[in-house]
Design a protein around this ligand. Structure first.
Ligand code: 0PR
Length: 378
């Protein structure tokens, strides 16, 4: 029941109680999330733009200018000279936007996706009344190109691949898929996870706009972009393709709106801009190298324990093969760890974010060793 108004301090202490019930990245024990503590500069700038709403961009030309700068920087990072885009609320909205454009542009309904795609693709298909055609993954746990070739046809509106899969952090064979799609169908690459990782890793095959058949891509600032929620960059090759999702908005400062959301929290824009400016190429590279080095160290330790991996890590996600991952996860949860499972029945998934320090991982290994001994895994 809405009661009589309280004093400021009473309201704050009430809300602080809720905050203390939540789990926080600084405790280090969250190893199942793809988000992390944002940079201070992200938090500070986020707070400055609480009023900002790019749903009505004419009132927020400063925010809009920063959005343009982010798109420019991201386009360059993903080798997409001249590509355009928007800063949206997350990977889910970006994926929905890509498929919305693809459906309206092609007039077709089928979406080819891998079994390894994030569930937001299926969610988008449901919302857009598109038909998901799920193809299997190969022995490397990435989309099977042969299967895509079999399914692709005159009814295909879009093919969706992932650069940094949610479960194992792997990269689909984007170059081969791009060739299949070129001049045939929309090709969207979901780099929500990999977008701020892969550009800073050596020896990764071209996963971005270097592929001529690639139509659109997204990268989340609120994952390895180190910024606040919500911030996700959506890029597409041609600005005019947005006309396929344009709605007249006469009473706003823009004539047409081309986003799913109307009023939208836009403080993530200055915060992502500030984060990108502050991190720079060198900062992101160091961040990725440090997460990867801890991931590889964890992989070695896990193997030394006598366990196996589902696959070697490409990004900072480790999937440990266990007979009974549910019991191990439950055991570790009782010790305060937050881990996650996957569709693979034998995988325990660890996301090695910047808040998962070496010291934290040492404690995890101790707890995991005793859990695995007790449960007969080793
Ligand atoms: N695409 C990929 C490849 C993703 O991994 C995710 C999110 C999305 C799209 C959707 O992005 P948004 O959640 O930004 O809309 N993957 C994780 C998930 O939903 C994100 C996550 C974040 C999980 C925080 C846990 C958590 O505590 O599973």
């Amino acid at each position: 029941m809405l009661q009589k108004g309280l004093e400021y301090d009473d309201v704050i202490s009430e809300v602080e109680k809720a905050l203390s019930e939540d789990f926080h990245f600084e405790d280090g024990k969250i190893l199942g999330s793809m988000c992390t503590q944002p940079l201070d500069v992200a938090i500070d700038t986020h707070g400055m733009f609480i009023e900002s709403n790019l749903g009505n961009p004419g009132l927020y030309p400063g925010t809009r200018r920063l959005e343009g700068k982010i798109v420019e920087m991201m386009a360059e990072l993903l080798n997409g000279k001249g590509v355009t885009g928007r800063v949206l609320e997350g990977g889910t909205e970006a994926n929905l936007t890509a498929l919305w454009i693809a459906r309206n542009l092609t007039g077709r309904k089928e979406v080819i996706l891998g079994r390894n795609a994030h569930f937001s693709i299926r969610k988008a298909c449901d919302i857009l009344k598109m038909i998901p055609r799920e193809v299997d993954v190969d022995e490397d746990h990435v989309m099977d190109v042969g299967e895509v070739e079999k399914h692709i046809g005159d009814d295909t509106a879009a093919v969706v691949a992932t650069a940094g899969t949610t479960e194992f952090g792997l990269v689909d064979p984007i170059d081969k898929l791009s060739k299949l799609c070129e001049e045939h169908t929309w090709f969207h690459v979901d780099a929500a996870w990999g977008g701020f990782i892969l550009p800073f890793l050596d020896d990764v095959p071209a996963f971005d706009f270097r592929n001529a058949g690639l139509s659109s891509m997204n990268a989340d600032g609120h994952k390895m972009g180190m910024s606040t929620i919500p911030s996700a960059v959506f890029l597409l090759r041609k600005e005019e393709d947005l006309q396929n999702i344009a709605f007249e908005s006469p009473y706003l400062t823009s004539v047409f709106q081309t986003t799913v959301l109307g009023t939208r929290a836009s403080a993530g824009v200055p915060s992502l801009y500030a984060t990108m400016m502050s991190m720079g190429r060198d900062g992101y590279r160091e961040n990725v190298e440090s997460c990867m080095s801890r991931t590889r160290q964890l992989a070695r330790t896990v193997k030394d324990m006598g366990l196996r991996l589902v696959t070697e890590p490409v990004t900072n996600i480790l999937a440990v093969r266990l007979k009974d991952p549910v019991s191990v996860k439950d055991h570790l949860e009782r010790r305060g760890w937050h881990l996650s499972l996957t569709k693979h029945p034998e995988a325990l998934r660890l996301v090695v974010m910047p808040h998962a320090t070496e010291e934290t991982l040492d404690v995890l290994i101790e707890d995991m060793t005793s859990a695995c001994r007790e449960l007969g895994e080793i």
